[in-house]
Design a protein around this ligand. Structure first.
Ligand SMILES: CC(C)(COP(=O)(O)OP(=O)(O)OC[C@H]1O[C@@H](n2cnc3c(N)ncnc32)[C@H](O)[C@@H]1OP(=O)(O)O)[C@@H](O)C(=O)NCCC(=O)NCCS
Length: 159
């Protein structure tokens, strides 16, 4: 039986475990300093998923002017395919009901993440060619609007 994770804010004392998950999840993992800085940002929304006192995954987002940017998301390999990332994303979206637009960037080859975001209705809006220089891989920018078009964020702009 799968155990439901508890979602709570990330804390400085979580960083050791988070860096462990980072290391096994990404080719170019974020550093301690990077996460430390993120913890100080007023617009940062950092959440961890906890199962039986163990951090199984985390999501880091920025929420600025009704726009959400998902900057980092990972689940430890031992806990994947149990709905934890889905719960982290759902929880974050529920936290910001005033959100108009959510965006993120994902490697073209990252089928798992792309499927996850597509499940929430995100679509590819831009391709950044060879964005990941080391591997020469393209980045996909995915986004999702939450409100009807009459409340798009730029409705009052002059262009
Ligand atoms: C992407 C990642 C966060 C998914 O975490 P997870 O907890 O295993 O995902 P979930 O179990 O919540 O899966 C939710 C949906 O994502 C998709 N998905 C997840 N893993 C998948 C896989 N291995 N293959 C294909 N689709 C997958 C599916 O659509 C799935 O829905 P379904 O179960 O109804 O098919 C995880 O694989 C990971 O940490 N990868 C390395 C880091 C990374 O790529 N982060 C994203 C950066 S943008």
């Amino acid at each position: 039986m799968l155990i439901e994770p508890l979602i709570r804010p990330m804390r400085a004392e979580d960083l050791e475990r988070i860096l462990e998950i980072e290391a096994v999840s990404f080719v170019s993992p974020w550093t301690w300093n990077h996460f430390k800085q993120e913890l100080t940002k007023t617009y940062g929304r950092l959440r961890v998923a906890v199962i039986q006192k163990q951090i199984s995954g985390y999501l880091m987002a920025w929420f600025i002017e009704n726009e959400l940017h998902i900057a980092n998301l990972a689940v430890h390999p031992d806990y994947r395919c149990q709905g934890i990332a889905e719960k982290l994303v759902r929880n974050m979206l529920n936290e910001v009901p005033q959100c108009i637009l959510a965006t993120l960037e994902v490697r073209e080859s990252n089928t798992a993440a792309r499927n996850l975001y597509e499940k929430f209705g995100f679509g590819v809006v831009e391709i950044r060619k060879k964005y990941y220089e080391q591997e020469g891989e393209d980045a996909l920018i995915m986004s999702k609007y939450f409100n009807p078009p009459n409340v798009l964020p730029f409705q009052n702009s002059r262009i």
